[in-house]
Design a protein around this ligand. Sequence first.
Ligand SMILES: Cc1cc2nc3c(=O)[nH]c(=O)nc-3n(C[C@H](O)[C@H](O)[C@H](O)COP(=O)(O)OP(=O)(O)OC[C@H]3O[C@@H](n4cnc5c(N)ncnc54)[C@H](O)[C@@H]3O)c2cc1C
Length: 379
Amino acid sequence: MEDRLRDAVRDLCDRYPDEYWRELDRRGAYPADFVQELTDAGYLACMIPEEYGGAGLGVSEGGVILEEINRSGGNAAACHAQMYTMGTVLRHGSEEQKERWLPQVARGDLRLQSFAVTEPDAGSDTTRIQTRAERRGDVYVLRGTKVFISRVQHSDLMVLLARTTPLEEVEERTDGLSVFVVDLRRAGDALQVRPIETMINHETNELHFDGLEVPAENRIGEEGEGFRYILSGMNAERILLASESVGDGLYFVDRASDYASEREVFGAPIGSNQGVQFPVAEAYMKVRAAAVMRDRAADLFDADRPCAEEANSCKYLASEAAWEAANAAMDTFGGYGMATEYGLERKFREARLYLVAPVSNNLVLSYVGQHVLGMPRSY
Ligand SMILES: Cc1cc2nc3c(=O)[nH]c(=O)nc-3n(C[C@H](O)[C@H](O)[C@H](O)COP(=O)(O)OP(=O)(O)OC[C@H]3O[C@@H](n4cnc5c(N)ncnc54)[C@H](O)[C@@H]3O)c2cc1C
């Protein structure tokens, strides 16, 4: 099954070679054709249960799909959230909400691509977010600012975390946060979207909510319990994005080992020098080790077993290994690594994101130090 899935995704990605991604990168444009083809093939709905029209597969298969996209030289970040954002609705939504949204998401009629947590003044300290959702009869009124919220312009719905009870009034700082599904198509002027230019081709935005009304029926689960709902989805997100890093790492290793075997300088292939060969071999082993941790995390997640240690660890290990492989490949290519037409520098920029997002690697280290190893809280 896994091999067939890998082959099928590879076949699809072959139709979107480096020139396709390079051209989009140059224009800062969205890979609309690619995302449409993935949607039509059902890949982005692979984790939606069959009863709601999806393929009923797990994070393991989702990871294979994203890994292959990035290994091919593509960039799954344009659409990866369509796979896992629906998990918040699936795990914590009412039956009515699941029926309302999931079949349409599975068919590709609704894009649920956006996930809004980060705020300028809170950063990694999520419980300090200040976006308020105040209940007024049948609606909640949203006010506040979010930053780095991706794919808003290519999404119909957005899952959002906001404070329903001020921080000063809650016992635990993780209390008083709630999750909503925001219909972006109906937001009008009450939501301002300011695109943020970044060093990669990634549609990300600052959002300003100025009295946006969200129907109370769009609140997911209980009021005040949102932080726990968001946390439960983060393991899936970390495993899936680790898979993209594994794909990136293998892309760099493939490119570097091919080039090192062909490029001759001083009368011999550069790869016959240990100074060129060993960094690539070392990065390869680290990427493979990260993939093993990713597989372990995915197996646990799919078996509904605790996996926070493994999900965090694989996100950390894969992003670091991909970054090491990226640097080894850049060294191998010498000056050509910097020439846009070789494709490497684009992937180099893209791979860098995963050291910081969706959670910065320092925060992963503090999770493992505190929650796995029992050391004192460091922040
Ligand atoms: C391209 C892009 C797309 C994104 N898409 C989304 C999205 O769709 N939705 C969303 O909600 N967010 C998104 N993000 C936000 C991303 O999740 C955050 O950037 C990330 O979680 C880090 O938060 P921050 O940038 O505020 O960094 P900060 O929290 O300000 O941290 C800055 C640095 O300080 C370090 N640091 C902070 N506190 C500590 C500590 N106690 N100990 C040690 N080190 C510490 C961090 O590790 C980091 O290196 C995106 C970001 C980018 C760049």
